[in-house]
Design a protein around this ligand. Structure first.
Ligand code: C5P
Length: 232
């Protein structure tokens, strides 16, 4: 039996407009689900879209995965935190100084928020890393990047379900894991390090990101009802 906590599932609104995103949001209870706004929707609608979701009562993970020089990341994140997002993220591959600059921006914010580091995208596997000159396997790279996140006191990481157990063992249960690449009915698509919903729960991940499983579902409200029935 699958058991989910309220707001454990973060629904990725990978759409080109607010109206399209509302076709999913209209079915969601903000007491049960959180939203993820990523590059696609944000670049179409801009930061104002966050106000609209906040007004509807949703908490939002702004998934822009910043990766730039430390000064730029610091200044961009100060703007992001001022938007009142629940969670946002950076790429840990930006290195220690960039990670620390991001943390400073979080500390300078007068709002409560979570700052998470992307380890290795769930679309990448060992052979992809090799192509870009990284000889470590995904699992070791995820661990090493997570050490940087922990040292800079980030709230946790984005990783695949396959890495959660080890990260929780090494860094403690309060080191948050946010896991995309979950498949229930849909094809893998561009994701490679995928896992089932059952496995995500078994591995004790904190947050489950679901995108196409909801947006491409044959019947969106049926899929959401099914997920709701798992919430205890
Ligand atoms: O459709 P699917 O469930 O594969 O969507 C996963 C979502 O999570 C997408 O919005 C994608 O940008 C995001 N994501 C990811 N891998 C990461 C970080 C975020 O797939 N490492």
């Amino acid at each position: 039996m699958i058991h989910l906590r309220s707001k454990q599932v973060i629904v990725a609104l990978d759409f080109d407009s607010y109206d399209q995103a509302m076709s999913v949001c209209n079915n969601l209870d903000p007491e049960k689900f959180r939203l993820k706004v990523g590059k696609q929707l944000y670049s179409a609608e801009g930061p104002k879209i966050l106000d609209r979701f906040h007004q509807l009562g949703f908490e939002v993970f702004l998934d822009l995965k910043f990766h730039d020089i430390p000064n730029t990341v610091y200044k961009a994140l100060k703007n992001v935190f001022a938007l009142g997002v629940w969670m946002t993220n950076i790429h840990l591959l930006g290195g220690t100084e960039m990670i620390q600059a991001a943390k400073e921006a979080q500390l300078a914010s007068d709002k409560e928020n979570l700052l998470i580091g992307v380890t290795v995208l769930t679309s990448l596997k060992d052979s992809h890393l090799k192509e870009i000159g990284i000889t470590k396997d995904t699992n070791s790279l995820v661990s090493e990047l997570s050490i940087l996140a922990k040292k800079a006191s980030l709230d946790g990481v984005v990783c695949s379900v396959h890495e959660v157990r080890k990260l929780k063992k090494n860094f403690g249960l309060d080191f948050l894991t946010v896991t995309p690449g979950i498949r229930i009915q849909q094809e893998k698509g561009d994701q490679t390090r995928v896992a089932s919903l059952e496995m995500a729960i078994e591995e004790n991940t904190d947050y489950i990101v679901l995108g196409r499983e909801i947006s491409q579902a044959e019947n969106i409200s049926k899929m959401i009802n099914k997920l709701e029935s798992y919430i205890i």
